[in-house]
Design a protein around this ligand. Structure first.
Ligand SMILES: Nc1ncnc2c1ncn2[C@@H]1O[C@H](COP(=O)(O)OP(=O)(O)OP(=O)(O)O)[C@@H](O)[C@H]1O
Length: 115
């Protein structure tokens, strides 16, 4: 059980070390959480933010796994390999757009009231 947890952690650390996008997502998440602390968000607003951030990070991690699997099975150029990677990247984009929309819906009214 502990071995499986260590393997999962190693996979996560690999993603953090190798994927620039993961660092960008994490940076954005920290900024959003600090903003949430500043505006003293309500419980449900924290819930929405944490869910959307988790979705983006999980999607990026799946995307990394898929890239590795495609590189392993098809190290040369192939239109299907391209499609597979592009579709996985599209999934990350969908979650990131959802997170941006959720962030706007939560923070925009607070910004308008504050400034
Ligand atoms: N084997 C391949 N055959 C055809 N096109 C590929 C192949 N590998 C990658 N591509 C194309 O190049 C793009 C970038 O691929 P790459 O593997 O560098 O992904 P990436 O999202 O930039 O990942 P990383 O952040 O790890 O560099 C893919 O989205 C795909 O369109």
């Amino acid at each position: 059980m502990i071995k499986k947890f260590e393997a999962a952690l190693a996979g996560l650390l690999y993603t953090l070390r190798t994927q620039v996008n993961m660092a960008i997502h994490l940076g954005a998440a920290v900024a959003v959480f600090l903003l949430g602390y500043y505006f003293q968000l309500e419980g449900w607003e924290w819930g929405v933010l944490i869910l959307t951030v988790t979705l983006v990070l999980a999607a990026e991690t799946f995307n990394t796994a898929l890239e590795l699997a495609v590189n392993l099975s098809c190290p040369h150029y192939h239109p299907l390999a391209q499609k597979a990677k592009d579709v996985a990247a599209g999934a990350v984009l969908v979650t990131a757009l959802g997170a941006v929309i959720a962030g706007i819906l939560i923070f925009l009214p607070k910004f308008l009231r504050a400034f």
